[in-house]
Design a protein around this ligand. Structure first.
Ligand SMILES: Nc1ncnc2c1ncn2[C@@H]1O[C@H](COP(=O)(O)OP(=O)(O)OP(=O)(O)O)[C@@H](O)[C@H]1O
Length: 216
């Protein structure tokens, strides 16, 4: 089953040369893909395009097997495919950790108590027991990344797009994250400069170079 497909996508930031020209990318259910490539190659931009957060000038984005054209189409897709932003400050916007992680589940219609149970479980999975009342903006970079991951996983999506998930994590938390992901039924695409991390988590690794993805 096709979860996500970028078809012949061309995109440029305003006043800048194209980041992508005719980019193709598919994520099917069960896929566990790694993506690496040089700085500025357009990896993060591809994830933003896939989630409808920036719009291509040409080409099409398909989510869950259907063409995504409106914000409503992308909203539907974002319930099933979670994005971890490269910068946690783009992801976290609530005063406390519990509120940030509960935000998605509450939006999906979970009651307060049920959402808090999901929060407790997700934080514990990632080694963040006792973080519920911590003030988000006071966390360290690695802690913020883990809370962002918790916020994505708490939505219980079918698939996740993770932009540099292991950046700034110590070994213990990185191992916990790997275990949490590998024990899940999730499909994913992970962008990382950490080749070992990708090799442990992904069946296939793609390289983004000159705006295109090629099999390693
Ligand atoms: N908001 C923006 N406005 C203008 N240019 C941007 C913007 N965001 C990214 N770019 C540019 O678009 C290109 C692709 O950036 P992108 O962040 O997608 O690359 P990346 O492959 O994820 O890089 P890295 O490995 O360094 O994270 C770069 O040249 C970058 O400078």
């Amino acid at each position: 089953m096709e979860l996500l497909r970028l078809e012949d996508v061309t995109f440029a930031y305003p006043g800048r040369p194209p980041v992508h020209q005719g980019l193709n990318f598919t994520l099917n259910k069960g896929d566990r893909l790694g993506i690496w490539g040089p700085n500025g190659a357009g990896k993060s931009t591809m994830f933003l395009l896939a989630m409808g957060l920036v719009a291509p000038s040409q080409g099409r984005i398909h989510g869950l097997g259907q063409l995504c054209q409106s914000e409503n189409d992308f909203r539907r897709l974002r319930r099933q495919v979670g994005l971890l932003f490269q910068d946690p400050d783009d992801q976290l916007f609530c005063p406390t950790v519990a509120e940030d992680v509960a935000f998605g589940p509450r939006n999906l219609g979970l009651g307060k108590d049920e959402a808090l149970r999901v929060v407790d479980r997700t934080l514990a999975d990632l080694g963040l027991e006792g973080y519920q009342k911590r003030v988000t903006y006071q966390l360290s970079g690695g802690e913020k990344r883990l809370v962002s991951l918790a916020a994505v996983l708490a939505m219980e999506p079918q698939a996740i797009l993770l932009d540099e998930p292991s950046n700034g994590l110590d070994e213990e938390h990185s191992v916990r994250l790997e275990r949490r992901l590998l024990d899940s039924p999730l499909s994913w695409a992970i962008v990382s400069h950490d080749r070992g991390f990708l090799q442990r988590l992904c069946q296939r690794i793609l390289v983004m170079q000159d705006g295109a993805l090629v099999e390693q």
